[in-house]
Every structure is written in C-alpha cells, then in structure tokens.
Write a protein that binds this ligand. Sequence first.
Ligand code: F6P
Length: 320
Amino acid sequence: MKRIGVLTSGGDAPGMNAAIRAVVRKGIFEGLEVVGIKRGYAGLINGEFVDMNLGSVADIIQRGGTILRTARSEEFRTVEGRRRAYANMQEQGIEGLIVIGGDGSFRGAQIFSQEHGVKVIGIPGTIDNDIPCSDYSIGFDTSVNTVVDAINKIRDTATSHERTYVIEVMGRHAGYIALEAGLAGGAESILIPEIPFSIDEIIEKLHRGQKRGKLHSIIVVAEGAASGIEIGKQIKEKTGFDTKVTILGHLQRGGTPTAFDRVLASRMGALAVDLIKAGASGKMIARQHNDLVAVDFDCALSEKRTIDHSVYELAGILAI
Ligand code: F6P
C-alpha cells in the first residue's frame, strides 16, 4: 500500500478535522502518500482530489467542520456512480480509502468495497453517537457540551422569568445527545425516542416542582422523540405556565472540538492508517471500554445501538 485517500461524508461533526490531520500525518510518518477527497463520495465521483502534505493539515486540530467539506451523495447510491468513483481511484493510484462519517457512509463504503474490492476503513464521525459497536463517535462530546452550555444560559433567563423551557436537540433517530445533555444540564424531563413518554406524567412533574417552589423547569426533547414546538404547545395548554421553546438546530454541529473529541479523533485516525497499511478492509474503528478496536462494518451496520436505561432512570431520580 503506497497511496491512500481520506474523505468525510454525511453530516459534519466537530473533531473531523483532527481525524483528517491524524490520517495525513500518521500516513506520511508511515511512508504513505495521502490524497484528500473533497465533498465525500460526490468528490470521489467527480474527481475532486488534493494531494495532502504535513502543512495541509496545520492549524486545523481546533477547528470545527471539515476542511475536506462533506456531502450526502445520491449518485454514490447507484452502480454507475460507484463505477465512476472506482475508475477515478484507479486513475489516481489510490489503493485504500479511509471514510470518516456515520452509518450511511459506512453502508456506501461496504457496498463499494464488495463491488470493486476497494480496501476501506471507517472512522465513526457523527454528533448523534448512534453507531453500534462503538461507545463514542467523533463530535458527540463536543455537541453535548454545546447543548449543556445552551441549557445553562437558558436556565438563567428561565429562572428570572419563572418560565418553563422546552429545548429541542438533534440526534436524528437517537436520544444520546438529549440524554447526556439533559442529565448534565439538570433537566426536569428528558424525552428520547428509545423510551416512551407520557405528556401527563411530564405535566404532573411540573406541577410537583411548582408546589415545592421551583422557579423554572427545563425539558429536553430529542428531535427523534417529538417536536419541541408541539410539546411546548401541549404544556402551555394544559398548565397555563409561561412556556417557551428553543430549537438548538445546527449550532450543535459547529464549534471547536473538545479535548475528548480531539484525542478520540487523533487516536482513531492513526489506528485507521495502521490497519489500512496492514491490508485490512471492511472494518470500522470503535471505542469499547476505553480501548480502540477494529470491528466489521457488519457490526456497525446490523445492530441498533441501545440506550443505557440506568442513565435515563438516574436523570429522572435526580430531577424529582
Ligand atoms: O446526523 C447528524 C445530524 O445533525 C442529525 O442530528 C440531524 O437530524 C441531521 O444531521 C440534520 O441534517 P442536515 O444538516 O442535512 O439538516
């Protein structure tokens, strides 16, 4: 293996740049040539290649987003799109590919690898933390901290005005961001798609809180569980409480990555290079109990990652 490619795909996540930096620098350290592919699989199909050197990744470890840009490519879902991508890789002399992204990106990588025999290693990068077989994905920790920061700020004004706030957070079909940020932010209720909720129970809790003198309440809603606006409307209608809704949206995907995400990304990037150099393929780097391991794409794609119910129960106990 002499020449490898690296791309970011799907929604961006803080720490992706640290992973690119690790792939480029560890790759060069190992005597490989590293090619950056712009705009994910779309760039692979359209031939957007850039030779990377040590300087290409200077001053990026602290930056959110991805210097390689990212995209969700519809064309790569087609046989013809993947054929063009493979032809470009061959022309460029790229023998292996490191894909930084989420489950959709790995599904594409797996098909591509099976069809054309391309060697591919995946690095989990998504704020949603919804990739099975890995305790963490790059960007999750930063996103949770961003949400906690927002909860702290909202809490200030919520107390002053004695209001109830519903805060809707991202996570697609998963509730990890809501659960961790809700626990860390001291939310009264946390609504996640993995666990059914009852609006009446939430309201009962709000009334209990009011009786014991609570000045404000925070309810964190994962976008996959319900619409924050709808929950806010119901609470207002049923309680008459001064209720506001904040949808945090894409600010959860930006910002400088935390040290945790930078370390995770650096370690994952370096291990991905070791694996691809050794000729491995069809694997994703995963963090399991503090260690980094390589798991099959099948593992990352077949199962659904499960939420830790004890964390959810604890958040409920601490918010009585
Ligand atoms: O997968 C990351 C994520 O931010 C999800 O949490 C969210 O549902 C989705 O991407 C939003 O995607 P887009 O940026 O295309 O609106």
